[in-house]
Design a protein around this ligand. Structure first.
Ligand SMILES: [Zn+2]
Length: 501
């Protein structure tokens, strides 16, 4: 970074852009000094795409650092004797591959709301905001533009449906946390909504007591409350599926719990239902599918939960790719909004010979860290030895026999929130301690417990896929997606809005 700084002092900004390559420099330059996105300029030079896709399916594994697919593949092979769809796509010569730079307006490290707003409006906004510039200027989200152009729009997620990623495509709010208002902005603008977050629609949970469940049904949405409802209503014109008051469960917990499996559909099942509905339109559709809990597991340093949700994401992406395979009008994009905690499998043992055996220990994990924490705290509430309770709980949920010294660290951190200071302060929390201790057995360690600024992986297949090859910024996706739909709309950026005053 020191070299970069000293270079920047000596060269002009124009020269710097040339040296770094425009998109690469975007991630390094301060937000305020960024010029027009390179992808947008390229799109203008190239004119309309040769063959615009009629349908676009954007599959987002939220908070997916670049090593996640390369660990999901061997876990799928070990656990199910089959590979992942993304791994196969990566070796498909017809697919295009690239990277997205992710910096938001006010930080090199974006949050999900700002990343999604960049996709959804083509402008960078501050973290925590949805399609709103710092001076309050409202940006028009892509769902509204596509709807005007006759496209149908769908949002599917394992998060609350009003969470940052889905909301960035269809809502405009100064604060990403205002779920009650975000839910009202979906009404009539988005044709298919499926995920968690029923509370934002429920008159008993909303502050204003408005009954959005009823209002959506009055507007022609088929309401799905359970997995059975989803499977029983294929091809409804409009769908509202809300399966939990808040987030949907981690896949690792969903797999192990029959009641959850009966009640909550998988991301792949929701994706197939959304596609059956959206394809009813005669002008095409845009569908965003989000595996949100990959991000949540990364925040927890919970590698097994993360990889099982990545596999669930991959199953949903496979459903999208299968839909597109029989036709020539559908673009499928697999990517992420930002890295998170950057897990990696380390070389373990002499000559790294133990790495594979360490990784195989993930097969013994059968619960998320949240479930492990709740169980251990409950057990520790009763009389008995904390170290014994910790060792038996960890053994039951991971198959790992913790040494007593490790169990002291984990028990005190998880149950009492007490731990020795850590050199890496990102890990100064119960999940950081649990993740590090278990990482000594699985070989997988994390850089911290928060988002990172890495470029994210992208693969695309179908008409328009080559538009996504190479290095782009999130903001470059918007002009491509609107261009395919024949929409001419440029939202203001922080720079253009300031210049207009
Ligand atoms: Zn996150």
């Amino acid at each position: 970074m020191q070299d970069v700084k000293s270079n920047r002092n000596r060269v002009t900004r124009r020269e710097w852009l040339k040296i770094g390559g425009a998109a690469g420099a975007v991630a390094l330059l301060p937000a305020c000094s960024r010029s027009e996105p390179e992808g947008r300029a390229q799109a203008r030079r190239a004119g309309p795409p040769r063959q615009a896709p009629r349908n676009v399916i954007l599959c987002v594994s939220d908070g997916m650092s670049s090593a996640v697919p390369s660990m999901a593949e061997p876990l799928a092979q070990l656990a199910m004797q089959r590979g992942t769809a993304w791994h196969k796509l990566m070796s498909d010569p017809k697919a295009a591959h690239g990277l997205l730079a992710t910096a938001s307006l006010n930080s090199m490290v974006t949050d999900s709301a700002a990343a999604s707003s960049a996709w959804g409006s083509g402008s960078r906004v501050n973290n925590g905001t949805l399609n709103t510039l710092p001076d309050g200027t409202a940006l028009t989200p892509i769902a509204a533009l596509l709807q005007e152009a006759g496209k149908r729009v769908g949002l599917v997620t394992t998060d609350e449906i009003c969470g940052g990623t889905p909301a960035g495509f269809a809502a405009q709010q100064p604060s990403r946390g205002d779920y009650d208002r975000i839910a009202t902005q979906y009404l009539g603008r988005v044709d298919v909504l499926m995920g968690g977050g029923r509370d934002a629609f429920d008159p008993l949970a909303r502050k204003d007591r408005r009954d959005l469940l009823n209002e959506f049904q009055t507007e022609g949405y088929a309401y799905c409350h359970t997995r059975g409802d989803v499977l029983a209503k294929p091809g409804a014109d409009r769908l509202l599926g809300l399966f939990q008051p808040r987030k949907l469960p981690y896949s690792i917990d969903h797999r192990e719990d029959k009641a959850l499996r009966d009640h909550v559909p998988t991301l792949a099942e929701m994706t197939r239902a959304a596609l059956a509905s959206l394809q009813l339109g005669d002008r095409g559709f845009f569908l965003m599918v989000e595996a949100a809990r990959v991000d949540h597991a990364a925040h927890h340093n919970d590698i097994a939960a993360m990889l099982w949700d990545q596999i669930a994401f991959d199953d949903a992406a496979a459903a999208a790719l299968a839909f597109a395979a029989d036709r020539d009008d559908t673009l499928v994009i697999l990517t992420s909004d930002h890295g998170n905690a950057n897990p990696g499998l380390n070389g373990m043992g002499p000559g790294y010979a133990d790495s594979t055996a360490c990784f195989e220990r993930l097969l013994g994990f059968n619960a998320s860290f949240g479930r492990i924490r709740d169980t251990l705290r409950r057990r520790a509430d009763g009389a008995g030895d904390l170290v014994d309770a910790t060792r038996s709980t960890i053994s039951e949920f991971t198959g790992i026999d913790l040494p007593r010294d490790d169990a002291v660290l984990v028990g005190n951190a998880v149950v009492h929130g007490q731990f020795f200071d850590t050199l890496n302060r990102q890990h100064h929390n119960w999940n950081g301690v649990l993740g590090q201790v278990l990482g000594n057995h699985t070989g997988v360690q994390f850089t911290g417990v928060s988002h990172t600024n890495d470029h994210v992986l992208l693969s695309a297949a179908g008409p328009g896929a080559q538009d996504f090859a190479g290095l782009r910024h999130h903001t470059d996706v918007f002009p491509l997606l609107t261009g395919y739909a024949g929409v001419q709309h440029t939202n203001p950026t922080a720079e253009t809005a300031a210049a207009a005053v």
